[in-house]
Ligand binder design. Structure first.
Ligand SMILES: [Zn+2]
Ligand SMILES: [Zn+2]
Length: 258
């Protein structure tokens, strides 16, 4: 069985657990190490049993707990060279890191991991496709727009974690300073509900059983609205078989099991 639990998602911290057989990895560790350990305990995962922390990019909401977890529980951190360099301050004192090359598949225990480029205002941000036991999980948040590469990588996944960051109208009429609004809505910022809804019917296929909407803004989005926007778009294209959930900032989302 392949299991996926979004332990936290949103602008205050992102962390997702993926496990298959005896292998467990985290995608990002953007909460404090203490909070991550608590959330791992809630889903029965010993942090000492983590095979790796895979990093999507260096932003603090993805890296806050990485150094402490890596040191305290001797967990290898795996990232591309540009992210390592950009995250140097957060990752200080970690014994020599492990690298992947974006676009090149690598293996962590029972998991085959393919990192792919996403458009976001970080050094070399990536999404991941993780395969095990014939099941494929796609993960992409923090992307300003959807590229052909993103669409190609996410097609055919059995479970998807995908960004629905903001409702465009809530963002524009909300409290963020103008420059921040521009940054979030830009082509290297974050995806809106509307963009997610436009894109997802292209990649949600017969085999896609689960879709988790992630990185929802607590200020500029509403989980009910995000879900309804995407659900309507999927229903319009006949894709009503997908189990759709929204990831939470304050607690782990329901586990997805494949
Ligand atoms: Zn980011
Ligand atoms: Zn982020």
């Amino acid at each position: 069985m392949v299991e996926l639990v979004v332990l936290a998602s949103g602008s205050r911290g992102n962390c997702t657990l993926v496990r298959a057989g005896r292998t467990a990895v985290l995608i990002d560790a953007g909460l404090s190490a203490k909070q991550i350990v608590e959330r791992l305990a809630a889903v029965g995962q010993d942090p000492r049993g983590l095979a790796a922390i895979l990093l999507t990019h260096e932003h603090i909401d993805h890296t806050r707990g990485v150094a402490v977890l890596a040191r305290r529980f001797t967990v290898p951190v795996i990232a591309n060279a540009a992210t390592w360099q950009a995250a140097e301050v957060q990752l200080r004192d970690i014994p020599a890191g492990e690298f992947f090359v974006t676009g090149t598949r690598f293996t962590v225990g029972a998991l085959e991991v393919t990192p792919f480029s996403i458009p976001h205002d970080a050094a070399e941000p990536v999404g991941f496709v993780i395969e095990s036991e014939g099941m494929r999980v796609g993960y992409a948040t923090d992307l300003g727009h959807v590229t052909r590469l993103v669409a190609a990588r996410l097609a055919g996944c059995h479970a998807l974690v995908f960004e629905a960051n903001h409702d465009l109208e809530m963002l524009m009429s909300g409290p963020y300073p103008w420059a921040t609004k521009q940054r979030v809505a830009s082509r290297t910022g974050h995806l809106s509900n509307e963009h997610a809804a436009e894109f997802l019917p292209q990649v949600v296929g017969e085999e896609t059983g689960h879709l988790v909407l992630a990185h929802l803004s607590e200020t500029n989005n509403d989980p009910v609205l995000a879900r309804a926007t995407v659900e309507t778009a999927l229903a319009e294209t006949g894709r009503t078989h997908v189990s759709l959930t929204t990831a939470r900032q304050d607690r782990p989302a329901a586990a997805v099991r494949l």
